[in-house]
Design a binder for this molecule. Structure first.
Ligand code: PLP
Length: 453
């Protein structure tokens, strides 16, 4: 049955009546109606009315290689015809997760040796929580099970993902978090640095919050620290370069495992395959998803370091954990083809040496001076624009987020799909963006800001 037999109004009515959306006020949705996206090509998405929008979010931080890649559709089609599904349970395997695991270990930071698959970033983080707690139990320290995370972090929407995350609105609706997770300050200099404090010193102070939490809980009780290398959903909060190496030093000092959530930053967004490489750290686990398949199939991969992997294999017996779709053959075939495109087209190097620096320069020269903009920041192809009422005092509009939503709506009306989270406009474009695409985005964003003023 084709959706083309339905009018937009009909689709919107059915959508509002029967489709519960993620992170959506459904009463509002019923009044406004959804924008129905029907197709996409390269860096553009198109809605049911034929409007073209430059996709500044790569879907939802996913579509690294852009839309309309026949190669990925072909890989899925070929695999579906040959073997659409078989599981990796009970001493079975299928070829594509085997080959994908080899590939991921090859491009991952040093020390990663095994991969566990799921279908979403949330599932991968659930796996990571179970795995690190299980690791310490196998090492004879079951009481070492506290996990330190950060305020405003986003680690997914499952019960464990929400508990790990530090978003107040999500915790309010949780009705009981997974125990033994504590949250420390985030490395967000724009709001949290002290007057006169250098970026470097702020990074060290934010890392010290991790040490304080370890000491408060007792090192013998702390299993791991988890963080997004750059907070994404929380507003593209980029830590000072001093932060991650110091966090790693603290983790090693107290024998606390280091878990990175690279669901957004993995696979080239920061100008390296993984942000761990951009920040010079060697984590014990890395959660990845999204750009692993450029969103063409749902797939997550938890990359597991030697230390945990060898204990699990040598002392673990059966790890009583897994998903029906762990190592799904079609999703893994698409991931292999996607990684091949990223490598062949040199997208990681392009972000590092060309589009990433150009993006930073363009935001700095063409957006930062706008009266509504408190700060612009970016790392690779991840960017943020802080919306303020007063540039000098950093005063925000009230209620929080109200002005950013207005800017976002003007951006969308002017052909620029981007997202507002709190008072922050965020960008996470496909890695295929060129200098010309960045120019186009800046023109449209500037116009949206002017209209919102
Ligand atoms: N971790 C991070 C850093 C994310 O940004 C997200 C989703 O945006 C997740 C985990 C959850 O991934 P998923 O929505 O695929 O469950």
């Amino acid at each position: 049955m084709s959706y083309q037999n339905y009018s937009l109004k009909q689709l919107q009515q059915i959508d509002a009546s029967h489709h519960l959306h993620p992170f959506t006020d459904h009463k509002e949705l019923r009044e406004a109606g959804s924008r129905i996206i029907t197709r996409a090509d390269g860096p553009y998405i198109y809605d049911s009315e034929g409007n073209e929008l430059l996709d500044g979010m790569a879907g939802l931080w996913c579509v690294a290689v852009g839309y309309g890649r026949d190669e990925l559709a072909d890989a899925a089609y070929k695999q579906m015809k040959e073997l659409p599904y078989y599981n990796s349970f009970f001493k079975c395997s299928t070829p594509t997760p085997v080959l994908l695991s080899q590939k991921l270990v090859e491009i991952a930071p040093e020390g990663i040796s095994q991969v566990f698959y799921g279908s979403s970033g949330s599932e991968a983080n659930d796996t990571a929580v179970r795995l690190v707690r299980h690791y310490w139990a196998l090492e004879g320290k079951p009481e070492k099970n506290c996990i330190i995370s950060r305020k405003n972090a986003y680690h997914g929407s499952t019960v464990a993902g929400t508990s790990l995350g530090g978003m107040e609105a999500m915790h309010k609706q949780l009705g009981g978090a997974v125990p033994n997770i504590v949250h420390v300050m985030m490395p967000y200099a724009y709001e949290l640095a002290l007057p006169g404090e250098s970026d470097h010193d702020f990074g060290l102070r934010a890392a010290k919050a991790v040490e304080d939490a370890i000491l408060e809980a007792g090192a013998d009780k702390v299993a791991a620290f988890i963080g997004e290398p750059i907070m994404g959903a929380g507003g593209v909060k980029i830590p000072p370069m001093s932060y991650w190496p110091e966090v790693e030093r603290i983790c090693r000092k107290y024998d606390v495992l280091l878990m990175l959530d690279e669901v957004i930053t993995g696979y080239g967004r920061t100008g390296e395959w993984f942000a761990a490489q951009s920040f010079g750290v060697r984590p014990d686990t890395i959660t990845t998803a999204k750009a692993l398949t450029s969103g063409y199939q749902p797939l997550s991969a938890l990359l597991v370091g030697d230390r945990i992997a060898s204990t699990l294999v040598e002392k673990g017996g059966e790890f009583a954990h897994g998903y029906t779709y762990s190592g799904h053959p079609v999703a893994c075939a698409v991931a292999l083809a996607n990684i091949d495109i990223i490598a062949r087209e040199g997208l990681v190097e392009r972000v590092k040496n060309d589009t990433g620096p150009y993006f930073a320069q363009a935001l700095g020269e063409r957006i930062a001076d706008h009266p509504l903009v408190g700060e612009v920041r970016s790392f690779g192809l991840m960017g943020a624009i802080e919306i303020v009422k007063d540039k000098a005092t950093k005063e925000r509009f009230s209620p929080s987020g109200s002005a950013a939503v207005v800017v976002r709506d003007h951006a969308i009306d002017n052909g620029m799909m981007m997202r507002a989270t709190g008072d922050t406009m965020i960008l996470s474009p496909p890695l295929i963006w060129t200098r010309d695409t960045i120019d186009m985005a800046c023109r449209r964003i500037r116009k949206a800001l002017d209209l919102a003023e």
